[in-house]
Design a protein around this ligand. Structure first.
Ligand code: PMP
Length: 405
């Protein structure tokens, strides 16, 4: 093949930086989450999954799986093309209605993933508001960064959660120009919350639109699982809410919820919506069942269990003298601070103890803050947690990592 050397060089660089990615082959058994079978070249073993973003185990929920079965039996596999060409199904329409209602917005628009929803929406906003300035939190997800870049809009990056810095940037710009502030409700690597109320106040003061990524919060926070904006009573101050159906809802897909005119213009203009095959009906059916279920008392029970499991794991790490990072949310990051030892810790936990947790290294997090990121769910029990802590302590010592007093 031509130009192969360039590909080899690029890979060589990635290997050299320890960033080469290897995916584990996991066989998840229906209804047995968080247990799964990991398959290696020389055999297989049962593992406990500790790093899934299927935060509530909805990917294994019977109501969700049954809804998907029904949809495939009645509609078949694919959607047949873009919604422009192949039309839509009642699942797409009902899901969009359900999501709009969930967030208390007039409309919602479904995309094939959360990534696409951010990228497609933000990149289109630059065309709708040609003079817009976009203010973006420095820890925003890659999909927002990419969308903002492609929007062609002028952009200002404010220091993570730094309200004074955001204000200073807003003050420097022409008050007459349209503005949009893009941020997240839960930052997935540190587990901290965006400073939503203060950002909404600034947005009002400077006449800016608010764009909120609730990907790590939908299904998990608020009375109906609509996210942190619902929990804080701020949803009506967020102009565009973006979410995923692939994490707490356990399926796949992404969406935005907003004013009908905003939804209609994105629907009519965003390449990432117009020119791609729409979500399979089976996915939309599963997501619809999951969103609806998490709005009920059963959802509220799962959310309460989820929070208490996260709190319990943090406490167990602290009691064991392990350096758990100060995350106020359901995400439990354990600081290792060194890429090789982070990888070695993860490997040893997997091969010697049947514990699956991915190392999080640069560039996902800054160098020196390499970590393991744990996401306990309602179905992780205390026995699993005690096994986990004992295993980490054993490997921690072997690797010469420091423990708190
Ligand atoms: N936003 C954030 C903050 C994310 O962490 C992710 C995925 N990790 C996405 C958007 C993309 O969502 P999806 O996985 O549904 O594409």
């Amino acid at each position: 093949m031509k130009h192969l050397k360039a590909f080899e060089d690029a890979l060589g660089e990635i290997h050299g930086e320890g960033r080469y990615r290897v995916f584990i082959d996991l066989h998840r058994h229906r209804g047995r989450f968080p247990k799964a079978t990991a398959r290696f070249e020389d055999g297989e073993r049962e593992v406990t999954i500790w790093c899934s973003n299927d935060y509530l185990g909805m990917g294994q929920d019977d109501d969700v799986a049954n809804a998907m079965h029904e949809a495939i039996d009645s509609f078949g596999a694919g959607s047949g093309g873009t919604r422009n060409i192949s039309g839509t199904t009642r699942y797409h329409v009902e899901l969009e209605k359900e999501l709009a209602d969930l967030h208390g917005k007039e409309g919602a628009l479904l995309f094939t993933s959360g990534y696409v929803s951010n990228e497609a929406t933000l990149s289109t906003l630059g065309r709708i508001l040609p003079d817009v300035i976009i203010y973006s939190d420095s820890l925003n997800h890659a999909s927002m960064i990419e969308g903002i870049r492609r929007s062609g809009a002028e952009r200002r990056i404010f220091k993570h959660n730094d309200i004074d810095h955001l204000r200073a940037l807003l003050e420097l710009d022409d008050p007459a120009r349209p503005k949009l502030i893009a941020f997240e409700s839960v930052y997935s690597m540190d587990g901290d919350f965006g400073r939503m109320e203060e950002i909404c106040d600034l947005a009002d003061e400077f006449n800016a639109l608010t764009y909120l990524d609730e990907v790590h919060a939908v299904g998990l926070y608020g009375k109906n699982g609509a996210g942190v904006a619902e929990m804080l009573g701020l949803a009506d101050r967020i102009d565009i809410i973006e979410g995923t159906l692939g994490k707490a809802y356990g399926v796949m897909g992404g969406y935005i919820a907003s004013h009908t005119t905003v939804i209609d213009s994105i629907r009519s203009m965003a390449s990432g919506f117009i020119f791609t095959t729409s979500t399979c009906p089976v996915m939309a059916a599963g997501a619809l069942a999951s969103v609806a279920k998490l709005r009920t008392d059963e959802g509220r029970r799962l959310r309460a269990d989820h929070q208490s499991k996260a709190a319990l794991l943090k406490q167990k790490f602290m009691d064991a003298g392990l350096p758990v990072m100060p995350s106020p949310s359901h995400i439990v990051p354990l600081l290792v601070g060194d890429p090789e030892r982070c990888k070695a810790l993860s490997d040893t936990l997997l091969f010697d103890f049947g514990i699956y947790v991915q190392p999080i290294n640069y560039p996902t997090v800054p160098r020196g803050t390499e970590r393991l990121r744990f996401t306990p769910s309602p179905v992780h029990d205390e026995v699993m947690m005690d096994e986990l802590v004992a295993a980490i302590l054993a490997v921690w010592k072997q690797l010469g990592l420091e423990q708190a007093a």
